[in-house]
Design a binder for this molecule. Structure first.
Ligand code: 13P
Length: 276
């Protein structure tokens, strides 16, 4: 029965036609400090939902306060751990899978900063959470990055380090592993090959322009990435809803960057989001 529950929830997360997942995340304030794109958070969530992503990631307190008006419009992914500006290499658990069931979530998600001083505790936490998730039929998403103390900043996109993270997630029973794009399709394909579970990418902070961001998304999907869980770039963009619509077209309808940009310009003018 638990396997059936997981299958039902996964079917809401992953689009059956494209076989990709599109999630937007608004869980950053805890880990990165206050960011203006998430103020006020209700307004940001409203704009994201208007673009109709498959899912949205947030913490339990924000979900209780801001999700009720949208319940059922997209999957809720319950973020249940965080690092913080004072402990940037250590995610700490603050929730469990039962809360996900109670709140109607389609997945619970937790983070880990690998290859650093706090890896052991984080591996333990993921293992315990995957045990709970398996028994409750709850998909588990891991935000797993090679950002521990032993990795130099310039090596955080090295494919071997990212492959280590995603493989570790799969070994621990994580269903969907979110990590960083390596920067090129060939090495990202190696990452995908390293991991029998679904790999999705964050938006990250390496793309400075819209063109680069859309191109990264297109390339990632084309080399086998199973979807996205994107945050900062999306809700820092002037027209959040238009960008969510356009990303959805790239992810689920195979839009080229050129077609996506044309639609973005059009939506920024006419605000006709509902028809796309
Ligand atoms: O790390 C993230 C927060 O969960 C992911 O989102 P971005 O990197 O796209 O902001």
């Amino acid at each position: 029965m638990a396997m059936l529950g997981k299958a039902v929830r996964m079917s809401r997360l992953v689009n059956p036609k494209s076989d990709k997942m599109m999630a937007i995340t608004v869980d950053h304030s805890f880990s990165r400090g206050i960011m203006t794109g998430l103020i006020p958070i209700q307004a940001t969530i409203d704009k994201i939902v208007a673009g109709r992503p498959d899912a949205i990631t947030m913490t339990k307190g924000i979900a209780e306060l801001c999700w009720p008006k949208h319940a059922g419009k997209a999957s809720l992914l319950l973020k249940s751990s965080s690092y913080s500006p004072v402990n940037p290499t250590s995610d700490v658990l603050f929730g469990d899978a039962e809360e996900g069931v109670r709140m109607g979530a389609d997945a619970v998600s937790i983070g880990a900063m690998m290859l650093g001083d706090f890896q052991a505790q984080q591996i333990h936490d993921i293992g315990m959470m995957s045990k709970q998730c398996m028994s409750l039929g709850m998909p588990l998403i891991g935000h797993i990055y090679p950002k521990g103390e032993s990795v130099a900043p310039e090596d955080r996109t090295k494919w071997e380090n990212i492959a280590y993270c995603v493989r570790a997630g799969a070994e621990l029973g994580v269903d969907i592993i979110k990590t960083t794009y390596t920067g090129d399709m060939e090495s990202m394909h190696m990452v995908i090959e390293s991991c029998p579970a679904r790999v999705v990418i964050q938006g990250g902070d390496t793309c400075k322009t819209l063109d680069d961001y859309l191109q990264m998304t297109r390339d990632a999907l084309d080399c086998g990435v199973g979807g996205v869980t994107m945050g900062r770039f999306v809700w820092e963009y002037d027209d959040v809803t238009a960008l969510v619509v356009v990303l959805r077209k790239i992810i689920h309808e195979n839009y080229s960057v050129k077609d996506a940009k044309e639609l973005l310009m059009q939506l920024e003018n006419d605000k006709d989001y509902a028809n796309y």
